[in-house]
Write a protein that binds this ligand. Sequence first.
Ligand code: ADP
Ligand code: MG
Length: 485
Amino acid sequence: MATVIEGETGDWELVVGLEVHAQVISNAKLFSGAATDFGAEANTQVSLVDAAMPGMLPVINDYCVEQAVRTGLGLKAEINKVSVFDRKNYFYADLPQGYQISQYKQPIVGHGEIILDLPDGHSRTVGITRLHLEQDAGKSLHDQHPSQTYVDLNRSGVALMEIVSEPDMRGSDDAAAYLRKLRSILRYLGTCDGNMEEGSMRCDVNVSVRRVGDNAFGTRTETKNVNSIRAAQQAIEYEARRQIEVLEAGGTIDQETRLWDPGKGVTRSMRSKEEAHDYRYFPDPDLLPLELSDDFIARIRDSLPELPDDKKARFMDQYGLSAYDAGVLVADRAPADFYEEAASGRDPKLTANWVITELFGALNRMDRGIEDTPVTAAQLGGLVDLIADNTISGRIAKDVFADMLETGKDAAAIVDEKGLKQVTDTGAITAAIDAVLSREAEKVAEYKAGKEKLFGFFVGQVMKATQGKANPAMVNQVLKEKLAG
Ligand code: ADP
Ligand code: MG
């Protein structure tokens, strides 16, 4: 969705491009065998390579290369059979080598794309410029000592994929949809856990503005330290308004790097382009160009799982689900699998309703994931069966479901124990209706005189008389016949 922002002097449009750093799921680092577990005690996962001891040589971790190729294929991108590792030179206490090994002119993955599913049901394709592999730096700890900064090198050398988008997004909603879809694809592929709170997926937002109708892009700023999808949206909105104000006051935008301050909800200048680093990139002499064989790429391609877009299309086709419902179910793999197990051999739309509205609603309220669901797919399917064969009404099913969540029991057992079986016996329903109609003779007369909305009242009274167990469709039908007579 193109977001239009009204300024003092006219309408403006946003242009957004994102750079995402995704930590590769791998037991070992990009160029060393050290472990990569999150939350380990400081400096316990550091090899001599990661600490940049003199004479240590990097050795490429094939598994990280495989993960990058897998991600590239998942993004429908070109895989470059030859790529080159470069040294990006800069000095910082948490970078003991004095350079980061990255890829510059020849990345491992070239052009690809991501399809965004927007809240209004439309989709938009965003181009991927490139994906390259690089090492992470260590971490400076400023809060451990009043006057000193400590350095934790656990993260030093961990493999990252930098995924750069084209400036194809036109608002913060696009950016949120992009990050959600990218995260979903990475998780399906098992190449990054997408956990932004733990920093295993980090994002820099590039924003510029232009007057509606202009073709040329405006000057962009790049904002770092964006640690959630919400923060990305806020930073984009803040930055767009700030730029519009500057431009409308007759100023110009500096191409600069800014920092998002989540506490204050503002971006602050970090460094301008004039201060920008000259990283003196050059090919790392310790590493040969990375060459991939056709077999290697083909083997990875053959092992790819069904990805969210394909699964969504299949759910719509095979189960007749709406784009919205299918999109909700396929966002993660576990709920999609849960749904397919529950829907197997049953009414797919009825099952989808129960999974999305009732189960996901309940899990949300309990703050639990589908992994911890108290109701299994087979059990939810059992409940759907009881609705489908008219043993219970949809209304009673909600009570049964609440009971299932609490006790973990099967639906059939709860229905038996509590005597909730629906009354479908015409004789019993007719008797209940007769009793209500003779008791409410006055209202019956009003109804017959034209007050038709009383129909709902009669239905309610019959349901009450049967403790909600009468089959609603039958009640409606018999009532209509009786009142017509
Ligand atoms: P750098 O190396 O300085 O970060 P890149 O060419 O890698 O520059 O681009 C960084 C990001 O900026 C990309 O995601 C790109 O889509 C985005 N971008 C480029 N131009 C603009 C613009 N005018 N407005 C918004 N985003 C832009
Ligand atoms: Mg950049």
